[in-house]
Design a protein around this ligand. Sequence first.
Ligand code: KG4
Ligand code: ZN
Length: 326
Amino acid sequence: MIILGIETSCDETAVAVLDLPKAGSKKPVRILSNLIASQHEIHLPYGGIFPELASRRHIEVIRPLLEDALKEAGLQSAALEGIAVTNRPGLVGSLLVGLSFAKAYAYGLKIPFAGVNHLEGHLNAPFFENPKIKYPYIGMIVSGGHTALYFVKKFGDYQFLGGTRDDAAGEAFDKVAKILGLDYPGGPLIDKQSREGNDFSFSGLKTAVKMLQDKGTFSSLPDICASFQETVVDCLIEKTMAAAKAKRCQTILVTGGVACNSRLRDKFAAVSKATHKKTCFASPVFSTDNAAMIAYVGGKYLQMGRKSPLSLNAVANVSLESLSKS
Ligand code: KG4
Ligand code: ZN
């Protein structure tokens, strides 16, 4: 089934074309194209995302990006058999651009479309490169907007186990980077700086970093970055391993933008080896926001006959617990 995926929940416009084999088939998923138009330069002066500018940019680039995605896939629009689009959660103005576009396109082509929960997309992204992942698994989403642990019994069945009470991990990376005078998004920059830092000090996070910086506790930027990063990584690993133990689960999936973090990957690999668990990551291009993960999830729902009505709306906040009920 040839599926078009559209993702505009935040500040990246993403379009992908997937060839999704029938359920139960041994054939791998083929990613025919997976394009992302970054809005990085637009939001850089604001040190974060400017929602109104994000929506306007989505409108400008979505159509040409779709044309490029079809061209790269070597297909005409008539070859599309279904459309998957993120309709929740996210910036509502941004979501509405992708959703309205998807509805109109599906209507014009007389093909079904499916609204997809962005978090469900993240939770399934590691399957492209690890098709043999075994259920059940502990799924950890660590992104700029979310930090949450799920127990996933099968596709579509997600039990929320816990999450952050305040900032998402990626948000903490970005805010600490801002305090330290680094650009947005700060996660990759902290990751890079940390490779040269060796001194650690564990006295809390965001506010603590500010206090430590003011007090001159650290001799260098790499040391502050490494210390902060180590604290976040240890906390994420500890909670995930505790969940895996409580659920007697052998497999762990780590996904979302922060899953690109090099220290998180290295430490998870070491802890998994020591505890005889299997931890799976997707490559960075599928860990951060992308439309291939949306096409994958929406395509699966379409194969199950679960298409969305043209009245489907965009939803800014969807409680994490409701993922499997939505
Ligand atoms: O999943 P994503 O692309 O968008 C959301 O759904 O939020 O995640 C973006 C987040 C940003 O906060 C960014 O700083 C963080 O992922 N990030 C990283 C790294 N690469 C991206 N955080 C830490 N280390 C990295 N290497
Ligand atoms: Zn995301």
